[in-house]
Design a protein around this ligand. Structure first.
Ligand SMILES: [Zn+2]
Length: 373
């Protein structure tokens, strides 16, 4: 069923702030079933079935909260991210293949395909994300938190500091996360190529960022107002109170955001039953699909390339449409999104001021390619 996503121009305005923190269990279950059915329809009994369902994520679009008109618009799976040596200075790799991250990239393809200039999402169109397990990073770490000592001393005794809500980064080609300790906000190309560990922010941190900057990213923010998640449903290993804290409580020092941006608080839910799939061992394969695609695409998460190596992934950066204006590099076009960049700077500063760590970006060289018209 297709809702007919329509962008209507309604002038500048902001989405309302949602103060409710949980989602009705029936609705969360419906989101899960829709994603699972779409996954089964796409993968069927193929060999991919066992290789690809770990780290499953999907995005469902509804009009209001009417599940009868719901549609899965993006779907992905995966639990790994790229090895630094495979980074592409042409942006031809997908750096982060964790399911929720590639599902967002698949959603971007959906939004681009329905884009009309300077329009906004019609009110009442809502996006809901399903994730099979708690997002990696702070949301997956249950109490008691990791303890460590730092160098500060109080009355002759070391002060114990908890990495509570701290930014975390993914392990290259593996699973799990580590607290971000870098002081520099940007990694260097030559450093990574010489074997420095590539820092990819955890899914908890990225979802928290979407709650400030939206899902649409910098480039699409030239054309549409921020697109926020209305709800997040987590299949297993979750504690919604903990998830709420990790996603929502880092925004206290944000200050007032540029017009149209706000602190989004998605409704959170876990499934009412334990009906979720068995977790299999991690695979290097990651799939993605956007409404309208005939079949899934399979990526090797360690290399960030399609498994068949025939062409770059449809999710990689150069797939973003260019513009008819003066030719720009991908990085320049992102920088030109002034409100988005202001909101992003506020987000990074708020984290740093709260002592939660530095948001680390990939080397700038990977965004130096020209956008094609
Ligand atoms: Zn993750």
């Amino acid at each position: 069923m297709f809702l007919g996503l329509v962008f209507l121009y309604e002038g500048p305005g902001c989405f309302r702030c949602l103060g409710i923190s949980t989602l009705c269990g029936d609705f969360a279950d419906a989101v899960f079933h829709l994603v699972r059915e779409k996954y089964s329809e796409l993968i069927g009994c193929s060999a991919l079935m066992h290789a690809c369902h770990k780290g499953l994520a999907g995005i469902v679009m509804t009009r209001g909260l009417d599940v009868r008109q719901a549609e899965v618009v993006a779907l992905a799976s995966g639990t790994k991210c790229i090895n630094g040596e495979y980074l592409s200075d042409q942006g031809l790799t997908v750096n982060d293949c964790h399911g929720e991250i590639t599902a967002r990239r698949a959603l971007l393809r959906f939004l681009y395909s329905h884009l009309e200039l300077h329009l906004r999402l019609r009110d009442n169109i809502l996006f809901h994300m399903y994730i099979s397990t708690s997002p990696c990073g702070d949301a997956r770490i249950n109490s008691p938190y990791e303890l460590t000592t730092d160098f500060s001393v109080h009355r002759g005794r070391p002060v114990v500091k908890k990495f509570h809500s701290h930014l975390r980064s993914k392990i290259e080609s593996g699973e799990g996360t580590l607290p971000v300790r870098c002081r520099s906000a940007v990694q260097t190309w030559d450093g990574v190529m010489q074997g420095e560990r590539l820092v990819t922010m955890s899914c908890t941190d990225k979802i928290a960022r979407w709650n400030v900057l939206g899902l649409q990213g910098a480039l699409l923010s030239h054309f549409v107002e921020p697109v926020y998640l209305y709800s997040v449903t987590v299949g297993s290993v979750t504690h919604t109170g903990h998830l709420s804290r990790t996603l929502n409580q880092r925004m206290e020092r944000l200050g007032s955001l540029p017009a149209c941006y706000h602190r989004n608080r998605p409704l959170l839910s876990s499934l009412s039953s334990s009906e979720c799939w068995q977790q299999l061992k991690a695979s290097c394969l990651s799939i993605n699909w956007t409404a309208g695609d005939e079949q899934v695409e399979v990526i090797n998460a360690s290399t960030g390339k399609r498994r068949d190596c025939r062409a770059p992934s449809r999710l990689c950066k150069p797939s973003a449409p260019g513009s008819n204006a003066d030719p720009l590099t991908y990085g320049e076009a992102k920088q030109a999104a002034a409100s988005y960049q202001t909101a992003k700077q506020q987000w990074v500063r708020a984290l740093r001021d709260a002592g939660l760590g530095t948001w680390v970006q990939k080397p700038v060289e990977q965004e130096h390619f020209m956008l094609t018209v």
